[in-house]
Write a protein that binds this ligand. Structure first.
Ligand code: G3P
Length: 217
C-alpha cells in the first residue's frame, strides 16, 4: 500500500519523508490556498523533496486549457502527475495527456461508473473521495471496494487512490479492501502509531529498568 500525503506544507512533507512514509504527494487548489504559496513554486519545491508522483491540479474547466495547463505543469519535474476533475472535459484532457506519456490523476470521483470512465480515458490514478461520501451519510469505503472489484474484473491498470481520508480507520479499511494508494493529511498518517497499550507498556519497562539501576550507555 502506497502512502501519499495530502498537503502542500513543506515541513510536514519533509518530516514524513525522512521517516520513509511518503510514496507521493497530492495537492489541490484548496491546499495551495491554505499554504499561501505560489502553485508553481511550491509544487517545484515538493518535487525536489519527494521522488514519487506529485499531483498538481489544473484550474481550467475546458479541455483545451486543461491540456495546456497540464503541459506546463509537467515541465516542473519528471514526477508531476496532472490532476484533472471528473468531467467530460477532464476526461478528454486525461486521454490527451496520458497519451503523451504523462501521469494523470482523475479527481472528485464519487461513483463506480465515473471510475470506469476514468480508467478508459487512461488515468494513472482514480481519486474516489471517501470522507465526502461519509459526510452525506453514504459509505465511502463501499465505493473503494466496488471500484477495486470492477477494475480487477477487467484488468484496468488505473490505480485506486483513496482520497478524502479523514481517520486512521479509513486507512485500515482501505488496506483491507485493497486500495493501491491512500492520500491523507500528515496528522492522520502520524496518528496511526497511537496505542495506549504501547504507551503503558513502555512506561512500565522504563520504570523497571530504572529500579535495576542499569544503563546501556
Ligand atoms: O485531495 C483531495 C481530498 O483528499 C480532499 O479531502 O478532507 O477535503 O474531503 P477533504
Amino acid at each position: 500500500m502506497k502512502f501519499f500525503v495530502d498537503t502542500a506544507e513543506i515541513d510536514q512533507i519533509k518530516e514524513l519523508n525522512d521517516l520513509g512514509m511518503v510514496d507521493g504527494v497530492t495537492t489541490n487548489p484548496s491546499l495551495i490556498m491554505k499554504s499561501g504559496r505560489d502553485i508553481i513554486e511550491v509544487t517545484k519545491e515538493i518535487c525536489s523533496i519527494v521522488s514519487g508522483p506529485v499531483s498538481a491540479e489544473v484550474t481550467a474547466t475546458d479541455a483545451e486549457t486543461m491540456i495546456a495547463e497540464g503541459r506546463k505543469l509537467v515541465k516542473i519535474a519528471d514526477n508531476i502527475t496532472v490532476k484533472v476533475p471528473l468531467t467530460w472535459d477532464g476526461l478528454k484532457a486525461c486521454k490527451t495527456l496520458s497519451g503523451e506519456g504523462h501521469m494523470v490523476n482523475v479527481t472528485l470521483c464519487f461513483s463506480t461508473n465515473q471510475a470506469i470512465l476514468a480508467a478508459k480515458a487512461g488515468a494513472t490514478f482514480i481519486s474516489p473521495f471517501v470522507g465526502r461520501l461519509d459526510d452525506i451519510n453514504l459509505d465511502g469505503m463501499d465505493l473503494i471496494e466496488d471500484i477495486r472489484m470492477v477494475y480487477d474484473n477487467y484488468g484496468f491498470e488505473t490505480q485506486v487512490l483513496a482520497a478524502s481520508i479523514r481517520t486512521t480507520n479509513h486507512i485500515t479499511d482501505c488496506a483491507r479492501v485493497g486500495a493501491d494508494v491512500i492520500t491523507a493529511p500528515p496528522a492522520v498518517i502520524k496518528s496511526m502509531i497511537n496505542h495506549p497499550l504501547t504507551d503503558k507498556g513502555l512506561a512500565a519497562f522504563l520504570e523497571d529498568i530504572k529500579k535495576t539501576g542499569q544503563k546501556i550507555l
